[in-house]
Design a protein around this ligand. Structure first.
Ligand SMILES: [Zn+2]
Length: 501
């Protein structure tokens, strides 16, 4: 990114040096420049540089003025978004120390982003008798009450214009989305105008094929390593990470779906790279790699929290890596049962592989398994939308006055609404994922099933077991040292259930 220093006029550079060097005795009036630009699309700082050119000329015309400090510049920060403005804060601190009696800006509307900020800014400038000179608009004299009234009126007008502008921009963006037009931002696989970039599309298809091939059980991390090894460039020329790969593959645009604020709103008017069905399977697959609690990758044992205690119903935990035991009372169990881990694992796996090797049962499981692709897309979009709202709320709260009780209560309500929406969307998503756990098993023959099962990752085997059977460990007979199958109850779930925990 280019800084404003590089693009100001040579004359401005010269004047600036002169103003900074002016003698405090000959030029007793300290002046500050504040410049801000909200939409620096080209990132070339030219907008800010033009404001500074004008401000420097204005100060140069006043023989008693001097600049104790270089211009205060906040670049590329949207007026209405409420992001922190470090230079504005520094400027206000300088005013507080009496280091500016005149403030030169382009337009007063650029200084404050909302009524509250304006009121605070006006009070501060008024208290320190600062005059505001606007090179592109109305000057303000905050040392008088009439000046402050005018400032207030002008500010209301600015706020009104900002609000109108954002409404207009939003209306246009909504319309574009509803019409299925590209958002204008380039995403991997497409140009900004929605044409397919063939090389990138090939990479996407290859990644998708690999991830959805359950026989290979490829992880996102493995894909990242391959992309890095092959020196495949990213959109911005950076390095691949699991986050970038996930973000690319989860993008509904790949399936020709137009989203707006995280929600699918219309079919896109561009050529899809993958089908909607594949997109839904992909979301499920990526989601399965980061499952909710109880399905977590932290479980290192096949049946922990899947097998339950026959006395109290509590999920069994692994103990010393050799046994499953009912946890102690303080963790919700009764300590009533325990079983040899290797023996129980083998017993349950044999039953499950037998079930999967029975063609009718497997066919029924796969058939019931079909998740509704649009529901999966929608659930994923809902989760992302709720997360985005949570992030926006967090950013907004950072600017809140901690002493403002009304705002605090309002924020609490907003946070709770988002939390409820997020929880609901996650539950729906988890239910859909579990509904697609048999994905890919349909093509495995009974003869291959045992070997295929053994090749699956632990988490995937846990998911499958959980979807197919319940395992209840009954108290064992005293004195029996070998594994007793009659003291374990393995029951088929009547259908693919969608319980979450
Ligand atoms: Zn128990």
């Amino acid at each position: 990114m280019v800084s404003w220093e590089q693009v100001i006029q040579p004359r401005t550079r010269q004047l600036l040096a002169e103003l900074l060097a002016r003698d405090a005795l000959l030029c007793p009036v300290p002046v500050a420049i504040y410049a801000r630009i909200s939409m620096d699309k080209e990132q070339d700082a030219r907008g800010v540089a033009r404001q500074i050119d004008a401000a420097v000329e204005r100060i140069h015309a006043e023989p008693t003025w001097r600049l104790p400090a270089p211009p205060f510049v906040d670049n590329d920060m949207s007026a209405s978004k409420g992001l922190p403005r470090p230079e504005y804060a520094r400027l206000m601190a300088a005013v507080g120390r009496g280091e500016a009696r005149v403030l030169v800006v382009k337009m007063t509307g650029r200084m404050w982003r909302n009524r509250k900020e304006r009121a605070q800014g006006m009070e501060h400038l008024g208290k320190h008798l600062v005059r505001v000179i606007a090179t592109g608009g109305q000057d303000l004299d905050l040392s008088t009450s009439s000046g402050r009234v005018i400032t207030g009126i002008l500010g209301e007008l600015d706020t009104y214009e900002t609000e109108q502008m954002s409404e207009r921009l939003r209306d246009e963006a909504v319309q574009r989305a509803k019409d299925g037009l590209p958002s204008g931002a380039r995403s991997y696989g497409y140009t900004a105008t929605g044409e397919i970039i063939q090389d990138e599309a090939d990479i996407i298809r290859a990644c998708v094929d690999r991830l959805l091939d359950t026989r290979r059980d490829t992880s996102v991390r493995a894909l990242v390593l391959e992309l890095q090894a092959a020196n495949v460039p990213t959109v911005r020329g950076g390095t691949w990470s699991p986050t970038t790969v996930r973000a690319i593959l989860r993008n509904p645009a790949l399936a020709g779906l137009r989203t707006f604020k995280g929600e699918v709103v219309a079919p896109g008017r561009w050529e899809p790279i993958i089908s909607e069905q594949t997109h839904a399977r992909l979301l499920a697959r990526l989601r399965a790699a980061s499952l909710p609690a109880g399905w977590s990758a932290r479980s290192k044992h096949l049946l922990s929290n899947i097998a339950t205690c026959g006395k109290c119903g509590c999920g069994l935990l692994a103990s010393a890596g050799t046994k499953y035991v009912c946890p102690p009372r303080e963790r919700g169990g009764c300590r009533g049962v325990g079983r040899n881990m290797a023996a129980l694992d083998a017993y349950v796996e044999t039953i499950v592989v037998d079930l999967l090797s029975t063609p009718e049962i497997l066919a029924a499981l796969v058939r019931e398994d079909m998740a509704d692709p649009l529901a999966a897309v929608q659930a994923a979009a809902d989760v992302e939308a709720a997360q985005a709202r949570a992030a926006a709320l967090g950013a907004a709260m950072a600017g809140d006055d901690p002493a403002d009780e009304v705002t605090r209560i309002m924020r609490k309500t907003q946070a709770e609404t988002i939390r409820v929406a997020l929880t609901a969307a996650r539950a729906r998503q988890a239910a859909l994922v579990e509904a697609t756990v048999f994905e890919g098993l349909g093509g495995v023959t009974p003869a291959e099933m045992a070997a295929h099962w053994a090749s699956l990752a632990l988490q995937r085997r846990r998911t499958l077991i959980r979807a197919m059977v319940t395992v209840t460990v009954l108290p064992g007979r005293r004195g029996l040292s070998t594994f007793d199958p009659t003291a374990v109850r393995v029951e088929r779930r009547t259908r693919v259930e969608t319980t979450t925990r």
